[in-house]
Design a binder for this molecule. Structure first.
Ligand SMILES: Nc1ncnc2c1ncn2[C@@H]1O[C@H](COP(=O)(O)OP(=O)(O)O)[C@@H](O)[C@H]1O
Ligand SMILES: [Mg+2]
Length: 320
């Protein structure tokens, strides 16, 4: 199991260290898909990257909590052990396939490098594995493809290559940060179907980071809704979809494009996510919340409202 326990992260903004993720807990289990959803700027990527300690060279620091892989802290290990876990046990698929691929190396050499970093295979075997992986992600003419460079491929094809690379060492967990946001809608659906297929076949634990609640409803077993550095609601996706508790979750769900008729204006949530350093002392969503009351000015506990596995950080839950 991959567990984030009470994680807090700080970043540096205008020379000041400010909290950007606050007391965040979530669990990822083999064979399950967890959606981490929220508007842009809520701290989803900071959280996703913290799992592999990728933000450290961009000034992101852990100020509290821990991340455990099978019970062992990812913060207690040295760089060599961390490199083995990255890609070996936990792999990432990023939003922007072009920045994740190196334009000056062929597709083949990039996949083979990952394979040989983690698996004890000779060059020939690694090349065969690279071709098998590319077939697994739906590519054709794979021998030819190995010799091509990233800029010869479309966005969707590049994302398939990245997914193949993520699968290279048979990881147990995949962290996919907005894996389809940069792609055309028709391509998005195919890439998501591919990811989910691989997840099921290989019994992967998948963390799907997205701003799209529709995607969560379709694909995830569990969901954690994030707002301004905090989880504000979490639980089984069916439960939350049928009975959203937090006003922010309700607002996000009301903004899904698929709930609108053609020609109708898309709804948006009024106002903006407060950035790190500008969070209010009480409920982070209060300024935008239609149900706001005086007591929302006090800090609200993560499980202020609870029904079984369904938790919400809200004092005024109004369930449908
Ligand atoms: N390395 C960093 N240094 C300073 N601020 C950062 C850094 N990374 C992210 N932030 C800020 O933290 C907030 C959350 O960012 P991010 O995790 O990228 O949000 P999301 O992925 O939910 O859109 C944003 O306000 C962003 O500007
Ligand atoms: Mg992001």
């Amino acid at each position: 199991m991959l567990e984030i326990q009470h994680l807090s992260l700080s970043v540096s903004i205008e020379g000041r260290r400010v909290e950007a993720v606050s007391d965040l807990s979530l669990q990822l289990q083999p064979g399950r898909v967890l959606g981490l959803v929220g508007e842009s700027g809520c701290g989803k990527s900071l959280t996703a990257q913290a799992i592999l300690r990728l933000g450290e060279h961009q000034g992101v620091r852990k100020t509290g909590g821990d991340i455990l892989l099978d019970g062992a802290s990812l913060f207690d290990i040295d760089q060599a052990a961390l490199r083995k876990i990255r890609g070996g046990r936990i792999a990432m698929v990023f939003q922007e396939p072009m920045t994740a691929l190196n334009p000056v190396f062929s597709i083949g050499s990039q996949i083979i490098e990952v394979i040989r970093l983690h698996l004890d295979l000779d060059k020939k075997q690694a090349e065969q594995r690279a071709m098998d992986l590319l077939k697994d992600v739906g590519m054709q003419g794979v021998a030819q493809l190995l010799k091509q460079y990233p800029d010869a491929l479309s966005g969707g094809m590049r994302q398939r290559v990245l997914i193949a690379m993520a699968m290279a060492a048979d990881p147990d967990y995949i962290i996919a940060d907005e894996p389809t946001t940069a792609l055309d809608v028709s391509v998005q659906k195919r890439i998501i179907a591919l990811l989910l297929n691989l997840q099921k076949q290989r019994n992967l634990g998948l963390l799907l980071v997205t701003h799209d609640f529709g995607l969560v409803a379709e694909l995830c077993d569990d969901v954690a809704v994030m707002y301004a550095g905090q989880i504000v609601e979490s639980g089984p996706v069916m439960e939350i979809f049928d009975h959203p508790a937090h006003p922010y979750t309700r607002a996000l769900m009301a903004c899904r494009p698929e709930v609108f008729e053609a020609g109708q204006a898309l709804q948006v949530i009024e106002g903006q996510v407060p950035p790190p350093g500008r969070w209010p002392e009480g409920c982070h969503f209060a300024a935008r919340c239609p149900l706001r009351q005086h007591d929302c000015e006090q800090p609200v506990a993560a499980s202020a409202w609870r029904q079984g596995e369904h938790h919400a950080r809200c004092l005024h839950v109004m369930q449908s």
